[in-house]
Write a protein of this length. Structure first.
Lengths: 233, 121
């Protein structure tokens, strides 16, 4: 009886220490993020779409042009529509992911001489790249609609010193669309993309900023949506 | 009595082994304690921007790195569905922005996945 107790105690204690040593929890701080970068190219026929609507050509479609303008000009205003299909990401973004940052990036080729504010609005109705026009656009033809207060984000663009984006032939710093993308991923909103318009349309002096579209076919000037997220908050 | 004594060591050894196996099962209490020790230096969003001179991603610039990440190792891996490439850089004092050069340039496709991990500090 005594033998059994000693033997068991020795083995049990030895194995118990070995198991504890194997755990060896030498922790290293890790901060993991995952990013999906969506790039619009001519090949993205339906997954990424962009178009321009022009008040001065109210019934024409400009879905295949190589540039798109945000313009404030009397009765010749112009707006940009753009949509990225989030399911195109190489690894699907889980519906439970926490979106840390989503940035809409456009390559500006021509800047206005005055610093202008461009508003970014979440689109709430469907549209198609090759059929959208000024007259049938989701937000309608009323100028300065939707109101500035409902915008997702905005950025300043123009050549004057002090403007956020004052360099031509460069990507803008980006519009923060994190809240919209989070809603798309979570399923609480449908992804119809974004509309960009001048904060104050119908300017007496024409003010326009020009951006490359996917149809330009130049990869390093293509519209992008960059989504950074974590799967474990 | 003799018979029962000879069986006891075997039973005890088996019990000890079962005990060892049980201790290898990482209970949540033990892991929980380790997780508490391993904090993250960043919890908000990081900006991740590819540099594309022509059609290939050559570097990745990671911005909005908090000062708490200074001294940590920034590891970046880009995957376009076909090709993968990695690079590392040390995060300078104060955090900020770090550009990581990829070992091999990766072609731009409709979507690239970029994994960013800060090890340490």
């Amino acid at each position: 009886m005594a033998v059994a107790i000693i033997l068991g105690g020795a083995l049990g204690g030895s194995l118990g220490r070995a198991a504890a040593a194997d755990l060896n929890l030498t922790s290293e701080n890790l901060t993991p993020y995952r990013t999906c970068t969506l790039t619009a190219t001519p090949a993205t026929t339906t997954s990424i779409i962009d178009s321009n609507v022009r008040q001065g050509s109210a019934t024409s479609n400009f879905g295949t042009t190589t540039t798109m303008l945000v313009s404030s000009s009397g009765a010749a205003n112009q707006r940009v529509y753009i949509r990225f299909d989030l399911t195109a990401c190489t690894v699907a973004i889980p519906a439970t992911a926490t979106i840390r940052l989503a940035t809409l990036r456009l390559f500006a080729t021509v800047l206005p001489a005055a610093c202008r504010t461009v508003d970014v609005f979440k689109v709430t109705a469907t549209w198609a790249e090759t059929t959208i026009t000024w007259n049938n656009q989701p937000f309608g033809t009323t100028l300065n609609n939707p109101p500035t207060g409902s915008r997702t984000d905005s950025f300043d663009i123009g050549t004057p010193v002090g403007c956020q984006n004052l360099t031509a032939n460069a990507y803008i710093l980006g519009a923060d669309v994190t809240s919209d993308v989070a809603a798309f991923v979570a399923g609480s909103a449908t992804n119809f993309g974004w509309m960009l318009r001048d904060d104050v349309e119908a300017s007496a002096t024409a003010r326009s900023s020009t951006y490359a579209t996917k149809n330009l076919g130049t990869v390093n000037r293509a519209p992008q949506l960059v989504i950074t997220y974590v799967t474990v908050p | 009595m003799r018979r029962s004594l000879s069986v006891l060591p075997v039973v005890t050894i088996a019990a000890a082994m079962i005990g060892a196996a049980t201790s290898l099962a990482l209970s949540s209490d033990t892991i929980g304690a380790a997780t508490t020790a391993a904090g993250r230096c960043a919890t908000a969003g990081l900006s991740v921007v590819q540099t594309v001179p022509t059609t290939l991603v050559t570097t990745v610039t990671v911005g909005i790195l908090p000062a708490a990440c200074a001294g940590g190792i920034l590891r970046v891996a880009v995957h376009n569905g076909i090709t993968s490439s990695e690079g590392t850089a040390t995060i300078p004092g104060g955090g900020g922005t770090v550009t990581v050069t990829l070992a091999v340039a990766v072609a731009v496709t409709v979507a690239e996945q970029t994994d960013v991990v800060v090890s340490g500090p």
